[in-house]
Design a protein around this ligand. Structure first.
Ligand code: FES
Ligand code: FES
Length: 157
């Protein structure tokens, strides 16, 4: 069947079974390889994308739940997002595999809480697993990006 949804601001459609997980459609049908496959059971978070602005695990989200909605992948951040710059400045990635999921989880956190405490960052980010143990650098990068975003916001007031 044809399933339509928006991806990174563009209307897209895929021909697929409605039970196909979103991750498969993004990677294999739409060529967006930023979100990664890890566990396939919603346990690791490397496949995290946004659905209508909330972080979701695309490996277990069927296309039927996405019809008519707004999906944002790490490609949709554009490469110059404050989080992506903070990731570079704090030299966060090691092997890099988990990082798209980490960044999308962080983006959802900052959209709902622009000034998270260290504990809130830790709590929000804990569920995205990093085998390389980059957690402390992730924490610093999220807080750095949050500050940049707040300052930018204040300069527009
Ligand atoms: S691949 Fe989706 S949570 Fe692990
Ligand atoms: S950087 Fe290697 S798994 Fe996170």
């Amino acid at each position: 069947m044809t399933i339509r949804f928006s991806v990174n601001g563009e209307e897209r459609s895929v021909e697929a079974d409605e039970s196909m997980p979103l991750l498969w459609a993004l990677r294999d049908l739409l060529g967006l390889r930023g979100a990664k496959y890890g566990c396939g059971i919603a346990a690791c978070g490397v496949c995290t994308v946004h659905l209508d602005g909330s972080a979701v695990r695309s490996c277990v989200l069927p296309l039927s739940a996405v019809e008519g909605k707004r999906v944002t992948t790490v490609e949709g951040l554009g490469g110059n997002h404050p989080l992506q710059r903070a990731w570079v400045d704090e030299q966060v990635p090691q092997c890099g595999y988990c990082q798209p999921g980490q960044i999308m989880q962080a983006a959802a956190l900052l959209a709902s809480n622009p000034n998270p405490t260290r504990e809130q960052v830790r709590e929000a980010m804990n569920s995205v697993l990093c085998r390389c143990g980059t957690y402390l650098r992730i924490e610093s990068a999220v807080r750095r990006a949050a500050e940049v975003m707040r300052n930018k916001e204040a300069s527009h007031d």
